[in-house]
Design a protein around this ligand. Structure first.
Ligand code: GTP
Length: 598
């Protein structure tokens, strides 16, 4: 195809505004996927994602479209994921495009993530086509939402399209607009090859499958290519396009989007954002890439049964092949034994990995409370980073502790501004700005320590706003503060995996709340169990769990044996998620208690 007949675009949308439904509809109308092959939401093909209704993995699809001008165009859709943890993935898909559909639910309106993504698209000079989706809903108010888009984003909506992805309305108009409004890629076929990696996944048989956009030049099957940043070289075994199933071709040129396989062993070896060039005729400069996705949230993963340690290691190794953002290294805990310290992009990423380990690999795990990366300066001027509270040097040896801050933007109906500001304040937020756009959209901007965000901030924001507020955040940098390590002692023994780093002003209330919570969560035993919170050797809060008075089986003595069995079974089941710490059985929830305080 001639470059002038290629259009590369993505879809920007807030979760649930209908991006996947629209993508499906485009594939169907262009005949890319036949009706009978059409699974609902073709592009979201991981089970977990489908269950949660979120797109995680970026995908691409090539469609042929015969436009009203009689010409056939190649439309490449590059799907973008829609969750806060994954905003970096959005940026990488946008860089590979010349335009974007901005899909907004006409019964809802502009949300924080829509906003963040549109700004990214504008920064990348993309042509944006607003699409008001779900106009079939009785509550749809396209005029109000158009006004909102113009007010909040400052985007001209004169070419906005009213659509219903579900009912198939406005789809032709969308396709025509893509052809008419989004510019074709630049014709740089004669320049040395430069192609941008925007995604990859691991295939057991072929090795890593790399998704890329050719920016300059052309690439053929059999070419020896060099990755300009990693400096590694590979021979291309297989090359093709995604339609959305892989279709092999011999050559791709500037402007095209496709995939290749080259016996690459792990996704880490073909980093997203790297530039591919030809080994025999390399380009001079790599393309501007993306900032690497770094793990920001860490937690310990420990097998309940220590026999599963090796299985856990193998499972993490496998997951890592397809997830470059996941990090892990062995961790030994005096309370929990052998496990791994794992790093994630955010809380959702953490939950997903944890769930996959349990479901796909049949592991029973105890997960410790999430932590962020702290930067510590010692009294001798040494600076290092820790991702585990237990790596903190003793108070006498440290000069200062710095913690990461994020800038949080919340979009909310005016009615919830008060309660959300209160939430931000209790999370040590620093107020920056408040912009009033429309009665339903006020923008609150705060700077908040990341550590205060990873403890269920998102859920609290949702419940305080009855689901109406949305948020987006990005990392600002490190700031010093008065932070201390809070330890928990169960039955007189410090439990390392319950330690947290907190602000000194919050240490007392957090210590009290934690001991109370643990008292609730740890079951009674045959003996009395003291629970204490301490900073260094100083106890700042204490509670105790009274001894169990009656044997739970006592009432069955002489009774019916099947009832006795049932009771024992019930107890065994309840025990499944327990870790023995000394002589005390501690349930999984206790390790997450710090998330459930307020
Ligand atoms: P994520 O994958 O989580 O980002 O969501 P999404 O934006 O891809 O939304 P999705 O396509 O999964 O749609 C969310 C819900 O809205 C689904 O239940 C769809 O059936 C529904 N939906 C999508 N488009 C329309 C529409 O035009 N009208 C109506 N009434 N419902 C729609």
């Amino acid at each position: 195809v001639s470059v002038s007949r290629i259009r590369n675009f993505s879809i920007i949308a807030h979760i649930d505004h209908g991006k996947s439904t629209l993508a499906d509809r485009l594939l169907q109308v262009t005949g890319t996927v036949e009706q009978r092959q059409m699974k609902e939401q073709f592009l979201d093909n991981m089970d977990l994602e489908r269950e949660r209704g979120i797109t995680i993995k970026l995908q691409a699809a090539r469609m042929n479209y015969q436009a009203q001008d009689g010409e056939t165009y190649v439309l490449n859709l590059i799907d973008t994921p829609g969750h806060v943890d994954f905003s970096y993935e959005v940026s990488r898909s946008l860089v590979a495009c010349e335009g974007a559909l901005l899909v907004v639910d006409a019964s809802q309106g502009v949300e924080a993530q829509t906003l963040a993504n549109v700004y990214l698209a504008l920064e990348n000079d993309l042509e944006i086509i607003p699409v008001l989706n779900k106009i079939d809903l009785p509550g749809a108010e396209p005029e109000r939402v158009i006004e909102e888009i113009e007010e909040v984003i400052g985007l001209d909506c004169s070419n906005a399209i009213l659509a219903s992805a579900k009912a198939g309305k406005g789809i032709d108009e969308i396709l025509e607009s893509i052809v008419r409004l989004i510019p074709p890629p630049q014709d740089t076929v004669d320049e040395p090859l430069r192609a941008l990696i925007f995604d990859s996944y691991y295939d057991t048989y072929r090795g890593v499958i790399v998704y890329f956009r050719v920016v300059d030049g052309k690439v053929r099957k059999g070419d020896r290519v060099r990755l300009m940043i990693s400096k590694k070289e590979y021979d291309i075994d297989e090359l093709g396009v995604l339609s959305p199933n892989q279709i092999q071709l011999d050559e791709l040129h500037a402007g095209e989007v496709g995939y290749f396989a080259a016996a690459i062993k792990a996704v880490e070896d073909a980093r997203v954002g790297d530039t591919i060039t030809l080994a025999r005729q390399p380009a001079e400069e790599p393309l501007p890439g993306y900032t690497e996705a770094k793990p920001m949230v860490f937690c310990g993963l420990f097998p309940i049964d220590s026999d599963q340690y090796k299985d856990l290691r193998d499972a993490l190794e496998k997951l890592k092949l397809s997830d470059a953002a996941l990090s892990y290294e062995p961790e030994t805990s005096s309370a929990m034994g052998f496990g791994f310290r794992c790093g994630f992009l955010g809380l959702l990423h953490m939950e997903i990995v944890q769930e996959r380990l349990e479901r796909e690999y049949n592991l029973d795990l105890i997960v410790t409370a999430p932590s962020v990366i702290y930067r510590v300066t010692t009294t001798v001027g040494e600076v290092f980073e820790i991702d585990n509270p237990n790596q903190l040097p003793p108070p006498g040896n440290r000069e200062s502790i710095e913690e990461p801050y994020v800038r949080v933007e919340i979009l909310t109906p005016e009615a919830y501004v008060g309660t959300l500001m209160e939430l931000c304040q209790t999370r040590r937020g620093i107020f920056q700005d408040m912009k009033y756009f429309t009665p339903t959209r006020t923008n609150l901007i705060y700077e908040i320590p990341l550590a205060e965000m990873v403890t269920d901030f998102f859920d609290r924001m949702k419940s305080r706003s009855r689901g109406y507020a949305s948020m987006e955040y990005h990392l600002l940098g490190y700031r010093q503060d008065n932070l201390v390590k809070l330890d928990l002692l169960v039955n007189g023994d410090p439990v390392d995996s319950l330690s947290t780093i907190v602000h000194r002003d919050k240490a007392y209330p957090v210590g009290r709340a934690l001991t109370e919570k643990l008292k609730e969560l740890i079951p009674r035993h045959q003996f009395k169990i003291p629970i204490q919170a301490a900073i260094g050797s100083k106890i700042i809060a204490s509670e105790h769990i009274p001894a169990l008075r009656k044997d739970v089986l006592a009432k069955c003595y002489g009774g019916d044996i099947s009832r006795k069995k049932k009771l024992l079974q019930k107890q065994a089941k309840g025990k499944k998620r327990m870790k023995s710490i000394g002589t005390v059985d501690v349930p999984q929830e206790a390790f997450m208690a710090v998330l459930k305080l307020d």
